[in-house]
Structures are given as structure tokens and as C-alpha cells.
Design a protein around this ligand. Structure first.
Ligand SMILES: Cc1cc2nc3c(=O)[nH]c(=O)nc-3n(C[C@H](O)[C@H](O)[C@H](O)COP(=O)(O)OP(=O)(O)OC[C@H]3O[C@@H](n4cnc5c(N)ncnc54)[C@H](O)[C@@H]3O)c2cc1C
Ligand code: FES
Length: 271
């Protein structure tokens, strides 16, 4: 059940270039949040910016977590892009922050055999929502593809490495790893994923990246879930400002905040 509650900033600082890590003490949400779900943060007490801003939760620690000092905390990794995130970057330790969450349907995690192969593909800040998923998939073999425009946009590599994932990186300017998009990189490695096994792909990133993925994974051996980014008004299904066109005959327009943000790749109409 989503709830609206106050939390307290425990950490907020630049991790590199335009990227910041925000830690919030908020046990009710830290206890409930699942991989791929998000929160809506109130970024201002004034009328501007009026709307809350949506953010995936990068890490969360329920109150039952064995490490006492982490209990009840959640972490958001954000990029400073506009008015709201500029305000967030000024927040200081001890500050009160109001949030609504957990919101949306996260990644579906059907019971997978331990032999299942999982492929995680993240573009830019899209990789944030894939990290808790990789933690949940820990006992399985995970191939993680991380892309960005430059090496400054390649995020979370060290954390994925700690989970023993196999990591591939791509930058559009070639400053780190493969030169090209993360989907080009995935394609270049696709022959690695042969045989009769089924591969479970989980992807998150900007729409052009996911559209390119849809054009790539046509084989039935790939079962693919994607987490969509959309501009959001309310974040909980009331305003219909975040709809996406799908192939569902009865409900072709679905709300990214409510029915999503995670959808089956094949269900989306990529216009
Ligand atoms: C479910 C979900 C999870 C998200 N998780 C994260 C996250 O973990 N980390 C993170 O940094 N960002 C995340 N975002 C994007 C984040 O919500 C926006 O970057 C933020 O709202 C921008 O607010 P702003 O006021 O700083 O920018 P604005 O002034 O509102 O906009 C600045 C620029 O950013 C673009 N923009 C704003 N919002 C979005 C959006 N939702 N999608 C695409 N472009 C946008 C605008 O078109 C504009 O060019 C997520 C978005 C969604 C929908
Ligand atoms: S943001 Fe209001 S319905 Fe999705």
C-alpha cells in the first residue's frame, strides 16, 4: 500500500559529474519497496516546482536488516537535470522530506530455476532500478549491460561487481568500454546467448533505447520486461498524464505510474 510520509535526509552528495546520492531515513517505505517500484518526492515547499518528482529506489534496508545502522534507510541516485533536481541537490543532512511510495508495479519475479540466465540492460539513470533487481536475482548468473553518453554517465559498476555480475559498458563517445549505444553492445554480444535456454531480459532507460531493444529481441528465447520513464503528474493513477500505448485490446492506454512502470516489451506499441 503506498503511503505519504515524512523521511529525514541522512546523506546527500555528488558521486560524480551531475549525479548525486540521496539517503533518506524512512522505515515505512524502506520496509515495503520492491525492485522496480518508485517514490514521488516533494521537492519544494513553494508552488514551484509544484509537482512531485518520481525516482526509483536504488537501495533500501528494511528494519529487519542485519546491519543495524542501515535499518530503515533508502537511497536514491539522481541526475541533476532541472529545477526539481537542482533543489534536491541543496538538501542537507537532517532535513525533512515528504515522499509517497512505494508506487507502481515493479519487476515480476517469477520463480526462476537457479540455472536461469538474466540479462540486465540499463541506459543512464535507468540502471538505478536494475540494481535492486540484481540483488534479488543474486543467486543467478546475471549479465549487466550499462550504457551512457560518456564515461561520466556510467553508473553503479562497482556495486554490480560486488554481486558477481558480468558487466559490459558502452559509451557513445567511446570514452569507456564499447563505442556505441548499450543496445549496439548487447547486439555485438548476442551470439553469447545462444542454445536452447531462455534468457530473461530486464531493461530500463530512455524510450529510444527501449525502442531499439524492441527491434532487436525478436527471438522467443528472450523474455523481456522493460521499465518505462514518463513525465508524471500525480504518480498514483489519478491524472492519466503518463499513459503509454499498448497492444491490450480492451485497455490500449495504460498508466506508466499505475500499470507500470514495468511492462512486457512485446505489449508496448513503440510509436
Ligand atoms: C518511474 C521513474 C523513475 C525514475 N527514476 C529516476 C532515478 O532513479 N534517477 C534519476 O535521476 N531520475 C529518475 N527519473 C527521472 C526523474 O523523475 C526526472 O529526471 C526528474 O523528475 C526531473 O525533474 P527536474 O525538475 O529536475 O527536471 P525538469 O525541469 O522537470 O526537466 C528537466 C529535463 O528533464 C527531462 N525530464 C524530466 N522528467 C523526465 C522523465 N520522467 N523522463 C524523461 N525525461 C524527463 C525534461 O524533459 C527536461 O528536458 C525517473 C522517472 C520515472 C518516471
Ligand atoms: S502520473 Fe498521474 S496517472 Fe500516472
Amino acid at each position: 500500500m503506498p503511503l505519504q510520509t515524512d523521511g529525514m535526509v541522512v546523506r546527500n552528495g555528488r558521486i560524480k559529474s551531475l549525479y548525486f546520492m540521496l539517503g533518506i531515513y524512512c522505515p515505512p517505505i524502506a520496509n515495503q519497496i520492491k525492485p522496480g517500484q518508485f517514490v514521488m518526492l516533494k521537492v519544494s515547499d513553494n508552488a514551484s516546482p509544484l509537482l512531485r518528482r518520481p525516482f526509483s529506489v536504488y537501495k533500501s534496508y528494511p528494519v529487519s536488516h542485519p546491519e543495524g545502522r542501515k535499518r530503515g534507510h533508502l537511497f536514491i541516485l539522481y541526475k541533476k537535470v532541472g529545477k526539481g533536481t537542482q533543489r534536491m541537490a541543496t538538501w542537507r543532512k537532517g532535513q525533512k522530506v515528504n515522499l509517497i511510495g512505494p508506487l507502481g508495479n515493479g519487476f515480476a519475479l517469477p520463480p526462476l530455476p537457479s540455472s536461469a540466465h538474466c540479462i540486465l540492460i540499463g541506459g543512464g539513470v535507468g540502471v538505478v532500478s536494475l540494481y535492486p533487481l540484481a540483488e534479488a536475482l543474486r543467486s543467478r548468473k546475471c549479465f549487466v549491460f550499462i550504457g551512457g553518453k560518456t564515461q561520466n554517465d556510467i553508473l553503479c559498476v562497482e556495486d554490480f561487481r560486488k554481486l558477481d555480475s558480468t558487466i559490459f559498458t558502452a559509451t557513445e563517445d567511446g570514452s569507456l568500454g564499447f563505442q556505441g549505444t548499450v543496445i549496439d553492445l548487447f547486439l555485438s554480444r548476442a551470439k553469447k546467448f545462444k542454445g536452447n535456454e531462455k534468457y530473461h531480459i530486464y531493461a530500463c532507460g530512455p524510450a529510444p533505447m527501449l525502442r531499439a531493444l524492441a527491434g532487436t529481441v525478436t527471438s522467443r528465447k528472450f523474455i523481456c520486461q522493460v521499465s518505462l520513464e514518463a513525465r508524471m503528474g500525480c504518480g498514483f493513477g489519478a491524472c492519466w498524464g503518463c499513459v503509454v500505448k499498448t497492444k491490450h485490446p480492451k485497455t490500449p492506454y495504460q498508466r506508466v505510474c499505475q500499470e507500470g512502470p514495468v511492462f512486457r516489451l512485446e505489449d508496448i506499441v513503440w510509436e
